[in-house]
Design a binder for this molecule. Structure first.
Ligand SMILES: NC(=O)c1ccc[n+]([C@@H]2O[C@H](COP(=O)([O-])OP(=O)(O)OC[C@H]3O[C@@H](n4cnc5c(N)ncnc54)[C@H](OP(=O)(O)O)[C@@H]3O)[C@@H](O)[C@H]2O)c1
Length: 292
């Protein structure tokens, strides 16, 4: 089956492209300068040339803090770009796989967010991602709209890189301890996505690693597994202000994914262990992303 992957230079896309190819898909993953999703004619021309049977959208504006001052840019990629992909999927009668985020929720709920909870984003990035979700719901009947959280992978900067870099310079680090979520390894997410594609069970999904935690506990485990002796100081989000507000509760209820795949997602601890092994290997070899 032919798959077109957008945003091929990104963190998730790099792993998804490998996983899809390993499972026998014929993958087309042009770099961003050849497939800018904000131009309908470009998306159409690329689709005409490779004739995909499914499109996987990993292209996104993901700079959460910058989005507060660049909301138009975020909306253009995360909203308008998704509309373009929807139109091309509609024209070709093929499904769209798309990724969204916990940031569409305000984080005030007590328990995990279900796929039928109402979004209410508190920041510009979340609003732009919600617009993308809406275009999918307005325009398509064949889609997998996948919300995920706190992602880490080998081929992109993430919280783990930040922690390990700061840990080289400082022996004492303050980390936020009042936001809860599930760190999610891109390979585990990718494996679940590949399992989902082809089921024709279209709809909204929440796919994250299991075992909700805080950034503080996540950081502790990163340093423990890396054998680094760092003193971590738990702080509140108010003590660590950022341009964009983050939801305090980012935990997503996985229903109905486990029922569909017949298994729970692994714990983020497992993902972190595997990620750190891969990260060290890739760092030794030198990293080059697939789309660039
Ligand atoms: N990272 C997380 O923690 C997280 C959490 C929840 C959901 N998500 C969602 O998961 C998906 C993948 O995230 P990620 O972390 O892998 O993102 P990423 O590493 O930032 O990758 C996004 C890719 O899209 C490219 N892009 C930007 N504008 C584009 C355009 N107009 N046309 C084509 N490509 C464009 C980017 O290129 P440039 O780098 O050149 O701009 C980048 O290569 C996104 O939808 C994101 O919203 C991520």
């Amino acid at each position: 089956m032919k798959v077109l992957v957008t945003g091929a230079g990104g963190m998730l896309a790099n792993d998804l492209v490998s996983l899809l190819a390993e499972r026998g898909y014929e993958v087309f993953a042009p770099p961003e300068d050849m497939l800018d999703v904000t131009h309908l004619d470009v998306v159409r021309a690329v689709a005409d040339s490779c004739e995909p049977e499914i499109i996987v959208n990993c292209a996104a504006y993901t700079k959460v803090d910058d989005a507060e001052t660049e909301e138009q840019q975020a909306l253009t990629v995360n909203g308008f770009g998704v509309q373009n992909l929807c139109l091309v999927c509609q024209e070709r009668d093929i499904p769209l796989v798309h990724f969204s985020t916990d940031y569409v929720f305000d984080g005030t709920k007590e328990g995990p967010y279900t796929i039928y909870d109402e979004p209410n984003p508190v920041g510009a990035y979340g609003r732009s991602k919600l617009l993308g979700e809406k275009y999918i719901l307005w325009l398509l009947s064949k889609f997998y709209l996948i919300r995920t959280t706190w992602m880490f992978g080998t081929y992109g900067r993430n919280f783990i890189d930040t922690m390990l870099e700061i840990g080289q310079r400082q022996k004492k680090i303050s980390v936020v301890n009042d936001q809860r979520g599930c760190p999610t390894w891109t390979r585990h997410l990718g494996e679940a996505v590949v399992g989902l594609i082809g089921t024709e069970r279209y709809g909204v999904y929440h796919i994250t690693n299991s075992e909700p935690t805080t950034w503080f506990d996540f950081a502790q485990e990163i340093f423990r597994l890396s054998g680094m002796d760092i003193e971590l100081v738990p702080v509140t989000s108010d003590q660590f202000p950022t341009p964009a507000r983050r939801p305090l509760n980012s935990v997503l209820d996985p229903f109905p994914l486990p029922q569909l795949l017949g298994r729970e997602m692994p714990s983020w601890r497992e993902g972190l262990r595997e990620h750190l092994k891969q990260r060290n290997m890739v760092k030794k070899k030198g990293f080059k992303s697939k789309g660039k």
